[in-house]
Design a protein around this ligand. Structure first.
Ligand SMILES: Cc1cc2nc3c(=O)[nH]c(=O)nc-3n(C[C@H](O)[C@H](O)[C@H](O)COP(=O)(O)O)c2cc1C
Length: 376
């Protein structure tokens, strides 16, 4: 059997498959079950110091499309295919004092498995930057192997938290720097995909000292409106707020965001998230340069922590390495990033042999618009 272990940001993972920060990692028992099932690591549900009260109603629902038609709905019905998860769940509603003993006992029971603590604080003033540092000191003293800074939660009212930090390169840099001042363990940062040019936030985050970037969190979205009731399929008293889309629907979008970053920073470390439920999905992120991947939606749908998902991911990777043994591939390092260089500007894609194309300009030398054709 090939060895699936991998070194990412200097730490060894038994395999490159992690549970992402989400309901599968919200408790000690879930995390222990995840290790038993074979996950190489877990990222805890995000831990914060500010007050958290979730909505009075379901926090997550799943969007399904009819197999035989075009209906897309959250309504539970037979003969459908899962398209996406939709959630407006906040970070962990358990306080840091609840989490720290749990982290300690998880690490005592599973010292070889990687435990990444996801944390979140504000970024608007020194007190909030101090809160980041309090969280870091707590989780690292409890034994976490790495920290993931949540600059990506899409449903924050506060302008100095979650995705609102990830949309502001200065806040990305300053918050990462504050964390790095006290961190003795590795610092990963989870960026929101909801920005115009994620390379700018990634550059600022690396400038602040991040050891790796993870992406994507869920994409901002609304639930659909039912044609029968004219209500949003998720609502409380008829009202809804923007929530996050995850699962299969975001795989291509998340890959595009990730590719922008891995191309801009080919020597940096990235953890790919979004729409993964099989090794074939994960392979996309690896071929673009990611060193680990993380899974949320698919695991939530599979006995809460994804025992069948991790079994498929590892057996899929074994089969892939076996199929490619002739190329001398024995580990992820042998194929990581192999397709990163295949994404080019549109004008660099071959045209038919007799056609020239200069990126929408009249020709390669002359800038401007083409002459209007006859009758224009
Ligand atoms: C119900 C739910 C809760 C989530 N909570 C968090 C969270 O607390 N912190 C975080 O960084 N990401 C959170 N996420 C985002 C996931 O970690 C992940 O980035 C996203 O769902 C995309 O991955 P997927 O397509 O495998 O679901 C949550 C996702 C869902 C569906």
């Amino acid at each position: 059997m090939a060895d699936l272990s991998t070194v990412f940001t200097g730490i060894r993972f038994e395999n490159p498959f992690l549970l992402a920060s989400a309901p599968p990692t919200e408790s000690e028992s879930n995390i222990m079950r995840a290790y038993e099932a074979g996950w190489g690591g877990v990222v805890t549900k995000t831990i914060g110091l500010h007050p958290v009260v979730n909505v009075a109603g379901p926090k997550t629902k799943f969007i399904r499309a009819d197999n035989s038609g075009t209906r897309v709905s959250m309504q539970k019905r037979p003969d459908t295919t899962l398209m996406a998860s939709w959630n407006w769940e906040l970070i962990s509603d358990k306080p840091m004092d609840w989490w720290l003993p749990k982290i300690r006992s998880i690490k005592a029971a599973w010292p070889e498995r990687m435990l990444v603590a996801s944390i979140m604080a504000g970024s608007g003033n020194d007190k909030e930057l101090g809160n980041w540092q309090t969280l870091v000191q707590g989780v690292q003293d409890a034994g976490a192997d790495a920290i993931e800074l949540n600059f990506s939660c899409p449903h924050m009212d506060r302008v100095d938290m979650g995705a609102n930090v990830g949309k502001d390169p200065v806040l990305c840099s300053v918050s990462t720097q504050a964390v790095k001042e006290v961190a003795r363990i590795l610092v990963w940062v989870k960026l929101t995909p909801a920005t115009a040019n994620i390379v700018e936030e990634a550059a600022a985050t690396f400038l602040g000292g991040a050891d790796a970037i993870a992406s994507s969190n869920t994409f901002p979205s609304l639930p659909l409106i039912s044609a029968d009731t004219l209500d949003f399929e998720v609502n409380v008293d008829g009202y809804v707020a923007s929530g996050g889309l995850g699962g299969p629907a975001i795989l291509p979008q998340s890959l595009a965001k990730m590719a922008e970053m891995t191309q801009a920073f080919p020597h940096r470390e990235f953890s790919g998230i979004g729409g993964i439920s099989t090794f074939e999905h994960a392979l996309n992120y690896f071929l673009l340069g990611c060193g680990t991947v993380q899974v949320a939606t698919a695991a939530m749908l599979d006995h809460a922590i994804g025992p069948n998902v991790i079994a498929e991911l590892t057996s899929g990777m074994h089969a892939f390495l076996e199929r490619n043994a002739g190329r001398g591939w024995t580990s992820l390092a042998d194929f990581r990033g192999l397709r990163r260089g295949k994404i080019v500007p549109h004008s660099e894609i071959a045209r038919p042999a007799d056609a020239g194309y200069h990126g929408g300009y009249a020709d390669a030398e002359e800038e401007g618009y083409a002459e209007p054709g006859p009758g224009a």
